[in-house]
Ligand binder design. Structure first.
Ligand code: NOJ
Length: 502
């Protein structure tokens, strides 16, 4: 059987607002991405995933879509999009786009009609509320001037669709067709376990992101993905979909990737695991046992960057651990999702001034929660202020970059052998070179406490989450390390790829 392209693909997430600004307004755009496609090709990824660039009032960074078939002028035009897809394909990069089916923007024409009393059944309007909370803090209901309330699991500017209305299905099938016709290779599905809410909207005890609750993970949602799968399969070129499914239960995750549903689902248990060999091993075992094709992700635009996460107890260790985790992730069977800037070792920016913050989580929690702006700070391409090459000329970026970004910029790291950027490039190049020799399966080898050794055919990966240096497995030669070895030993917070000596 032929292996589908996405099974082992490395996908690079582009948070469009923060990747590269060509127009000079301080906000990233499609033309900026085009200019940087050769950088991504050189990095060695297989595909890019673009976060929403659709017309939007930007109440939630574009996850509040007002028109599912357009490009916000802030990001460019449909022509820019078409040119981006063409150029990416010429460079051998596939393109995934985000689809946001759980909710629209309150500026969407359907919601505007609903406010006027037309087609309210496309959304969830009720005379009375229940006790559901918004994921962004505060109630999940907002009252309209005529007294009814509408449901929004996120911001009030993001009213939830009613997926019990067939018209909503038809609309999204048409939206998918629109982008498939423009040549996209697949979709990342926002809030994929949302969409349906339990009949009668019963009160909940704790509606946090649990696998199945009246709020999330209703069985009817799988019917949507079966229909989408049939649509994707009707196009040539192995079009695919990856679901944003927040669950720490691998068996629940598996339900989304049954053979007639989504091709992939994000595996957030890996991202949520602490820096611990035991925790990592459990997630790896659970994942491989549960799903036919695994995915792995360490960071994205919604979570604290993993360099900072892994340094919570020991900030000095964050970068070494982040690089070790990357090498481990890239040695696992399946596909890996990278988040822009992790290849530079960017930390979470924790000291953004309040007046610069834009995430609705910060505002809705009345400043109690910092929100996600700290992982969305624009990419530093060069050492030069004010934007480190993100915007042309003297333009300030939409979120301020800390001074430390100069040292972490692409310009500073390019060609520097022990830089994080070169570590990523070497790892991705080697992964590609070894691909033909490596089976999908993984076997564990005996290892000291706090350390993982696993093998896939000729490749062995060793990760040291312990407290001191350890011996490498015998009869091996070193291919790549995330940091220097010490007198032939693997230091803590370091990973290595080895080849069995023949
Ligand atoms: C998940 C997206 O990744 C996040 O950024 C967004 O706020 C929510 N879904 C709501 O669309």
């Amino acid at each position: 059987m032929d292996i589908p392209w996405w099974r082992d693909a490395v996908v690079y997430e582009i948070y469009v607002r923060s990747f590269a600004d060509a127009s000079g307004d301080g906000v990233g755009d499609l033309a900026g991405i085009r200019e940087r496609l050769p950088y991504l090709r050189r990095l060695g990824v297989d595909a890019i995933w673009l976060t929403p660039f659709y017309p939007s009032p930007m109440a939630d960074g574009g996850y509040d879509v007002a028109d599912y078939r357009g490009v916000d002028p802030m990001f460019g035009s449909l022509d820019d999009f078409d040119a981006l897809v063409t150029q990416a394909h010429e460079l051998g990069l596939r393109v995934l786009v985000d689809v946001v089916p759980n909710h629209s923007s309150s500026a969407h024409p359907w919601f505007q009609e609903a406010l006027r009393g037309v087609g309210r059944d496309r959304y969830i309007f009720r005379d009375h509320t229940n006790n559901w909370k918004s994921t962004f803090s505060g109630p999940a209901w907002t009252q309209t001037p005529d007294g009814q309330y509408y449901l929004h699991l996120f911001a009030p500017e993001q009213p939830d669709f009613n997926w019990r209305n067939r018209e909503v299905h038809e609309e999204f099938l048409d939206v998918l067709r629109f982008w498939l016709e423009r040549g996209v290779d697949g979709f990342r599905i926002d809030v994929a376990m949302g969409l349906y809410k339990a009949e009668g909207l019963p009160d909940v005890g704790d509606q946090s992101f649990t696998s199945v609750s009246p709020v999330w993970g209703q069985p009817e949602v799988h019917g949507v993905y079966r229909e989408w799968r049939r649509l994707l399969d009707s196009y040539p070129g192995e079009r695919m979909a990856v679901g944003e499914v927040w669950t720490d239960d691998a068996e629940d995750l598996a339900r989304y990737v049954r053979p007639d549903e989504l091709h992939q689902s994000f595996n957030f248990a890996w991202l949520e695991a602490p820096w611990s060999a035991t925790a990592f091993r459990k997630v790896i075992d659970d994942t491989l046992a549960a799903v036919p094709y695994a995915t792995w992700v360490l960071s994205n635009h919604d979570v604290v960057r993993h360099r900072t996460r892994y340094g919570t107890d020991d900030p000095g260790a964050g970068l070494a651990r982040a690089r070790a985790a990357l090498l481990t992730m890239l040695a696992l069977p399946g596909s890996a999702y990278l988040y822009q800037g992790e290849e530079l070792g960017l930390p979470e920016v924790t000291d953004l001034p309040d007046d610069a913050r834009q995430d609705p989580i910060f505002f809705r929690s009345k400043g109690e929660l910092p929100g996600r702006d700290g992982c969305r700070v624009p990419i530093p391409w060069t050492v030069d202020p004010p934007s480190h090459g993100f915007s042309p000329g003297g333009v300030e970026p939409w979120l301020p970059q800390p001074e430390s970004f100069a040292e972490l910029s692409v310009e500073k790291q390019e060609g520097v052998a022990d830089s994080t950027l070169e570590c990523y490039r070497r790892a991705l190049a080697l992964r590609r070179a070894l691909a033909g020799e490596i089976p999908y399966t993984l076997e564990w080898l005996d290892s000291p406490e706090g350390v993982l050794f696993f093998t896939r055919g000729p490749l062995i990966c060793a990760l040291n989450c312990g407290t001191g240096p350890v011996h490498l497995p015998e009869h091996t030669e070193v291919l790549l390390t995330s940091g220097p070895l010490k007198r032939g030993l693997l230091p803590q917070d370091t990973a290595v790829w080895l080849r069995r000596a023949s």
